[in-house]
Design a protein around this ligand. Structure first.
Ligand SMILES: NC(=O)c1ccc[n+]([C@@H]2O[C@H](COP(=O)([O-])OP(=O)(O)OC[C@H]3O[C@@H](n4cnc5c(N)ncnc54)[C@H](O)[C@@H]3O)[C@@H](O)[C@H]2O)c1
Length: 341
């Protein structure tokens, strides 16, 4: 298939482009490079040859987006978005503009061209702060995002589902899959594609930056949660497993089906376990400062991956925390300052 991947120059999108190329698909990578990396595009172009076409463009620019669709597109994978919870609270308008309003030309193109396969990057943030008895979290858990970011992700799901329903009424029903990722982590084992956010707020990269001496210590937010070691528990899923789920969604969900799936390994890992595993993998001391709990952080959050397993036959390959950290450590050692290094 020829797949249009928005946000393909970013962390998860670049790994998904690579998985698509490896599975024999062709990719039109559409990205404005606002938070993505030209170097990631270069790596993918070298690997994909003629099967990778890069169109630099802004999602809200319908004319430029139209150029990306020329030559025929069978499927759309929509990753492009801003994805920083704190930034979304400080500047909600930026998030509603970039993650919601900018989607309109994409929705128009999908509807006008009867695109038959759509995969959307959603997030566990659509659930907000679920009650502890709902963990491991299933897809039918109540929705209640508590940040503007989480709300934009939910609105994105709903807009795409509405367009899919309208296409179904025209006998052009697409396969519509929303994938709600938990904490995505790690880098490809080959060590070329990696994670480079600015600022970097995800725990594993922050821990590894501290191990490299790029920052003196890291903050551990809350050590008095009702969890075995007092620190927050989350579900860390490897970026290559997320990429593999996208390829499966493309190939296994049939036109006419609307599917929403949680993607996690189904096990909780505490902040302290991350630290201990990182100390073991890196062999470095990693200094920690105690900090108060952050508002809105639930004690435990991890997925039930059963629906993804049943629907897609998806089973994460990276189930051990140390494996995940090793792949990230390899990349961070080679790229201490990200793709610029
Ligand atoms: N990283 C995670 O743990 C995580 C968890 C759940 C969901 N997600 C979702 O996954 C997707 C990708 O996240 P990521 O961590 O790879 O982010 P990222 O910032 O690394 O990648 C996003 C890409 O989209 C591009 N982009 C953003 N706005 C654009 C626009 N208006 N027009 C064109 N291109 C634009 C950026 O340049 C960047 O290359 C996002 O939709 C995010 O909400 C991420």
């Amino acid at each position: 298939m020829n797949v249009l991947v928005t946000g393909g120059a970013g962390y998860i999108g670049s790994h998904a482009c690579d998985a698509l190329l490896k599975a024999g698909h062709s990719v039109v990578l559409y990205d404005n490079l606002s938070r993505g990396h030209e170097e990631a595009v270069r790596i993918l172009a070298r690997r994909g040859g003629a099967r990778l076409r890069f169109v630099q463009g802004e999602l809200s620019d319908g004319v430029r987006l139209g150029e990306a669709f020329t030559g025929g597109v069978d499927a759309v994978m929509h990753f492009a978005a801003h994805a920083n919870v704190g930034e979304s609270s400080a500047d909600p308008v930026l998030y509603y503009r970039n993650n919601v309003a900018s989607m309109i030309p994409l929705l128009e193109a999908i509807a006008a061209r009867n695109i038959r396969r759509i995969v959307y990057s959603s997030s566990c943030s659509v659930y907000g702060q679920p009650a502890d008895h709902l963990i491991p979290l299933r897809e039918d858990a109540p929705l209640g995002p508590i940040s503007p970011y989480g709300r934009t992700k939910l609105i994105g799901e709903q807009m795409l589902q509405d367009v899919a329903a309208a296409l179904s009424a025209r006998d052009a029903a697409p396969a519509m899959t929303s994938l709600r990722y938990f904490n995505v982590a790690g880098c490809e084992p080959a060590g070329e594609l990696g994670e480079d956010h600015d600022p970097e707020l995800h725990l594993i990269p922050v821990v590894l930056r501290t191990a490299l001496g790029l920052q003196p210590s890291l903050k551990l937010f809350g050590e008095d949660y009702p969890t075995p070691d007092g620190t927050c528990v989350r579900d860390y899923v490897h970026v290559c497993d997320i990429a593999a789920a996208h390829v499966l969604a493309l190939e296994k969900v049939s036109p006419g089906e609307t599917v929403t799936l949680n993607l996690g390994i189904g096990r909780g890992i505490s902040n302290r376990e991350i630290l201990e595993a990182a100390r073991k993998v890196t062999g470095r001391e990693i200094r920690v400062e105690s900090a108060p709990r952050r508002p809105g952080d639930p004690a435990r959050l991890f997925a039930s991956p059963l629906a993804a397993e049943r629907t897609l036959g998806w089973k994460p390959c990276f189930t051990q925390l140390e494996q995940i950290i090793e792949t990230a450590w390899k990349w961070f050692q080679a790229h201490p300052r990200g793709y610029r290094a």
